[in-house]
Design a protein around this ligand. Structure first.
Ligand SMILES: [Zn+2]
Length: 305
């Protein structure tokens, strides 16, 4: 991060003391949960925010100390007060490394919600962006170049992306290398979902960026994931995290038609109760390579940018 950006962050963090913590629900988005910096450096996956267990612990403690209560969009809690301060920990995709969250949830007695791409879980296939990342890293390609390739692929149909990967890296390129890159298995998900602090939500069947597909494909992607999760966990999710945060009015309508009550985006905004009926819930993103408390102060701030 540049010096001027760091300075701006420090300033916003300090200023937040003047006006912050108005009653709200703050959503937070995570992907992988890494053991340590060494696991991130192994470059088996695109670590994205690069959050380790230690970062997560600091983040949780910050919000608990600030008087926030952790809740889940999957929790039906009529007892929540409109003037309360709440935070939602959400993980997208369904990485097996998310299972590391359980000891923390138990230690702090807080819930978290895991949004699952059910096709990857069932097929035990890696996520396509990780395949691009690790294959290019091992060919010595620069990170900026890899990121350009990922962005270019995001514009394509999912089936074309898979064909592209197989042409570039071989038919077996989606196979996991280790516990770092693989999605959880159906059996792991079943055990995990049975824990009272673990909540499971919909992240579509194959991670389609929903606003770019036909109405039929959108309905199919959402409904197939609902069916899979019902079959595996015995519960039908009431919330969906739109892959890549992409949504539209039509996507929200399709989600409603599939029985969903809440849609989670990547908009950096606070939310208000009730979450049911909100199909554009905002979520903040925490980065492992920046000071955790500084970022948390900024998330809590009610001073406009
Ligand atoms: Zn995702």
């Amino acid at each position: 991060m540049s010096f001027s950006k760091q300075l701006k962050q420090k300033l916003r963090s300090g200023l937040s003391i003047l006006r912050r913590d108005k009653p709200a629900v703050l959503g937070f988005l995570f992907h992988g949960l890494f053991e340590d910096a060494g696991e991130i450096a192994s470059a088996q996956v695109d670590a994205q925010q690069g959050i380790t267990v230690e970062h997560m612990r600091r983040f949780i403690e910050h919000f608990l100390q600030a008087g926030y209560r952790f809740i889940s969009p999957e929790q039906d809690e009529p007892g929540l007060a409109e003037d309360g301060r709440y935070a939602c920990i959400t993980f997208d995709d369904g990485y097996a490394n998310n299972l590391r969250m359980l000891p923390l949830l138990e230690e702090y007695g807080i819930p978290a919600t895991f949004y699952i791409t059910t096709g990857n879980v069932e097929q035990q296939e890696c996520f396509w962006w990780d395949v691009v990342f690790r294959e290019r890293v091992r060919r010595g390609v620069e990170k900026a170049e890899i990121s350009r390739e990922q962005k270019m692929l995001k514009k394509r149909h999912h089936l074309d992306i898979i064909t592209y990967l197989q042409q570039q890296f071989g038919d077996n390129c989606l196979q996991p290398w280790s516990d770092t890159d693989r999605p959880m298995t159906v059996a792991e998900l079943q055990d995990f979902a049975a824990h009272p602090l673990v909540h499971i939500g919909n992240h579509t069947r194959n991670h389609y960026l929903l606003d770019r597909y036909s109405d039929t494909e959108v309905l199919e992607q959402i409904q197939l994931a609902q069916n899979d999760l019902m079959e595996w966990t015995g519960r039908t999710p009431v919330s969906i995290a739109y892959p890549n945060g992409n949504y539209s009015h039509a996507v929200a309508e399709a989600a409603k038609d599939c029985g969903l009550k809440t849609g989670l985006t990547l908009q950096k905004s606070k939310n208000h109760l009730p979450l049911a009926g909100n199909f554009a819930m905002g979520r903040f993103t925490l980065w492992g390579n920046q000071n955790i408390d500084t970022q948390c102060n900024i998330f809590r701030s009610d001073i406009p940018l």
